[in-house]
Design a protein around this ligand. Structure first.
Ligand code: ZN
Ligand code: ZN
Ligand code: ZN
Ligand code: ZN
Length: 411
């Protein structure tokens, strides 16, 4: 029982406990480090193949990557216009979700952040330009973040922690999902069988072409000839949790680790980390050269400190730190947002602040190839409402900033 509760609250207890944070900062100072800044206490996310996919169902409040989302509010899912790519119009693909409750408020007893993106690199390149636009100008995005939160007592889940005994169940059945992607609400129903459901016409067309044409006829025939109850024909549809499309990213559980647990290993790896920085600079005495060099040094410094920090645990796919002072670890000094580029909360108009970032290592685990037109990013930083405000909308859209690697090699 006790350990189950710990699992459920791992992010909350390690990150959001005020005293814990202070202890860590004090420790850093006492060590007499000659580092100029006190580093924030960061929690890392690593991926692991789930021992049992059932451990990633919504009533167990999982942090997971790939596959389909485990919707916290299973009924009031995101609306059609927020679930498509702003450029190609395709429904977005589920990237990951993290369980990040905030214990100080009862309204955020359960809290999950969801990240979706279009798998097309050309959409992400266009997204790069749009993210600089002001939110009022309604920029198109190919990366979207949703925040959902619930109090301990809610209509969907028991107020007691799950027992992880295989008998746990949510209190209610959720909305029917798309038969193709298994991700979004299936608002459209197949007009012949009236069983298959879709989030979009695109997914209906894909399902039809890839086999529903035959399956649909079978369902119709079966319900016409069979004297049994209409319910039994639903057995012919894919089982719950099975999804018809095969292009979802592979499913992983996200495991939480403290970054400081990797500190000793990082010390030994320091040298190889900095060797990635180009060393040879050609000399020239023009003033312009000095300016370029200063800029290049800034780039090198950013890249070197990024590499050094990542080398502590190269498998990390996620860095989490919900602290007002926390900042993302940028791989590049160019293309970072200024304060003015970070919008206000869509719902309460209050400030939003950095909460976590997604590392490109995730693409390796997703088996995304390293081709020029394959999906790639330097980091995706997620900013959320600092008050984690409530509103009648269950899935509140938060803000993502994507930093891409430049296409030309760095100098
Ligand atoms: Zn797209
Ligand atoms: Zn769909
Ligand atoms: Zn059908
Ligand atoms: Zn807000």
């Amino acid at each position: 029982m006790g350990s189950n509760m710990n699992d459920m609250k791992s992010l909350q207890e390690t990150n959001l406990d005020e005293e814990g944070d202070q202890e860590f900062e004090l420790e850093d100072v006492d060590d007499g480090d000659e580092e100029e800044e006190v580093e924030e206490y960061v929690t890392l996310g690593l991926v692991e193949k789930p021992k049992n996919p059932k451990f990633l169902l919504r009533h167990l409040f999982p942090s997971k990557a790939g596959g389909v989302p485990a919707w916290l509010d299973p009924v009031d899912l995101p609306q059609e216009k927020s679930r498509i790519c702003g450029f190609c119009g395709e429904p977005l693909q589920f990237l990951l979700q993290i369980y990040a409750p905030i214990s100080e408020e009862s309204s955020t007893f359960h809290r999950i952040l969801y990240v979706f993106m279009c798998p097309s690199m050309s959409c992400l390149l266009r997204d790069q330009h749009e993210q600089w636009k002001r939110r009022e100008d309604n920029p198109c995005r190919s990366v979207k973040v949703f925040r959902c939160q619930l109090p301990r007592c809610n209509p969907f889940y028991s107020s007691e922690p799950p027992k992880h005994d295989g008998i746990d169940k949510p209190l209610t059945v959720g909305a029917a999902l798309c038969s193709w992607c298994g991700t979004w609400k299936g608002e459209k129903v197949c007009s012949s069988c009236r069983r298959a459901r879709y989030c979009s016409e695109k997914h209906q067309a894909l399902h039809w072409k890839s086999g529903h044409r035959n399956q649909c006829r079978q369902i119709v025939n079966y319900s016409e000839t069979s004297s049994s109850s209409p319910d039994s024909s639903s057995n012919r549809l894919p089982a719950v949790g099975k999804v018809a499309c095969s292009t979802l990213w592979p499913e992983y559980e996200i495991i939480i680790e403290d970054e400081c647990a990797f500190d000793t290993e990082a010390f030994e790896d320091n040298n190889c980390a900095t060797s990635l920085v180009p060393k040879n600079m050609k000399t020239d005495d023009s003033y312009q050269f000095m300016l370029d060099k200063l800029e290049a040094d800034e780039k090198k410094k950013t890249w070197a400190s990024f590499q050094e920090r990542i080398a502590k645990c190269p498998k990390q796919v996620l860095r989490y730190c919900r602290d007002p002072k926390a900042k993302p670890l940028w791989p590049l000094s160019i293309g970072c947002p200024s304060v003015a580029n970070i919008p206000k909360c869509n719902y309460c108009n209050g400030p939003i602040c950095y909460e976590f970032q997604i590392m490109p290592q995730l693409l390796f685990y997703f088996g995304v190839r390293n081709d020029p037109d394959s999906l790639d990013w330097g980091t995706i930083a997620v900013y959320t409402c600092s008050a984690s405000c409530g509103s009648s909308i269950s899935y509140k859209e938060e803000f993502a900033w994507v930093q891409l690697y430049p296409t030309a090699p760095m100098t």
